[in-house]
Structures are given as C-alpha cells and as structure tokens.
Design a protein around this ligand. Structure first.
Ligand code: XMP
Ligand code: MG
Length: 178
C-alpha cells in the first residue's frame, strides 16, 4: 500500500479528453432535463469541485451554487464507514430543484447521508444526485445516482478532485495508485 506521496505512481485510467467529453455530454443532458427551471447545485467539497465547475458550464438555466463539506475517508484509502458533516450549512431549499454533485459514489453512505439530510430538512421541488464516478461493486447501501459519468472498479482513484491525503486534486486526469 502506498503511504507517501513520493511513492505514489499513477496509472492513467480516464484521460482529460475522455473526462471533458463525457462531462459535456452529461451537463447537456441535465440542462435539457431541467428545461429552463432554476436549480440549486450542491457541491460536496472537496473532491467534487473540479467536476462541478466543468459540469455547470453546460447549464443554461438560472442556477445557484452551494458548497458543503463532508468527510468519510480522512487520510485513509478506504471509507471509515462513518460520514462526518464538517460544514453542512445550506439556505432554505424548500420548493427548490436541488442537484447534489459528488465526485464518486463508493459504499453509498455519503450519498445516503446527504439524501436523508435533505429529505429531513426540506420539502424540495426535486432532489437529484449526480456523481462523476460510480464504484458500484463497493455499495453497502441501496443508492443509485440519477446521473453519473463513468463506472469504475474497486481501485483507489486520484486526480481531477480526488485526492491522496489531500494531494493530487489538480491532476487533470483520473488515475489509480499503483
Ligand atoms: P462513500 O463510501 O460514502 O464514499 O460512497 C464517498 C466519498 O468517499 C471518497 N472516495 C474516494 N476518494 N479516491 C478518493 O480520493 C477513491 O477511490 C474514493 N472512493 C471514495 C469520496 O470523497 C467520496 O465523496
Ligand atoms: Mg467526496
């Protein structure tokens, strides 16, 4: 197992071009779905920031951006199984179309935590979940993103927002640590 940044070697899995092509496609599909209705996008920091920024460039509807911070990984390469709400302050989302944007759905615990949190606190007009990556083979709870970019296998991924102990988020492609 890689424990230091110096030892990290990346095997490129999804190139910058593949990412950008798929994100554009996804962004246009989502834009079409809302058909001009206002949307509040919730970006789950920090991993989703690159994806959110590129995705919303394809939106033409009126939209607002909110940012929340959760953590379940800490400095580890596997989920701790417990989701921490580091900062989950949100405006009134009653009667709003809410689109949650995540980098990856792995066990599904984070997605479930967030969907439950929104359902418990607001009567939204609609709530959708969009994830760049879907690691279906690791699912522990029954959640499915409404939109996702790529299926991925059970490997630890870094780049394009995903990190190794906080590093590598700036890499424009997605790789796995070898
Ligand atoms: P769960 O297990 O709750 O995980 O679905 C969701 C969160 O865990 C992080 N995650 C990863 N981060 N490489 C990462 O850098 C990975 O391969 C990986 N898998 C899960 C991520 O923050 C996600 O929001
Ligand atoms: Mg995340």
């Amino acid at each position: 197992m890689v424990t230091k940044l110096e030892d990290l070697k990346l095997n490129k899995l999804i190139s910058e071009e593949e990412l950008q092509t798929r994100i554009k496609e996804l962004g246009c599909e989502i834009d079409k779905y809302y058909n001009g209705e206002e949307v509040t996008v919730i970006c789950v920091l920090k991993g989703s920031v690159m994806f959110m920024v590129d995705l919303v460039k394809n939106f033409t509807m009126p939209m607002k951006m909110e940012f929340i911070r959760l953590s379940s990984y800490g400095s580890n390469m596997t989920s701790s199984g417990k989701v921490n709400a580091v900062d989950i302050s949100l405006p009134d989302l009653n009667d709003k179309n809410v689109l949650i944007i995540e980098d990856i759905v792995d066990t599904g615990l984070t997605a479930k935590f967030l969907l439950d949190f929104i359902a418990l606190n607001f009567r939204t007009k609609s709530t959708k979940f969009c994830s760049l990556l879907d690691k279906k083979c690791k699912r522990q709870v029954d959640v499915k993103p409404d939109y996702y970019g790529f299926d991925v296998d059970d490997v630890f991924l870094v780049g394009y927002g995903l990190d190794f102990d906080g590093y590598c988020r700036n890499i424009p492609y997605i790789g796995n640590a070898v």
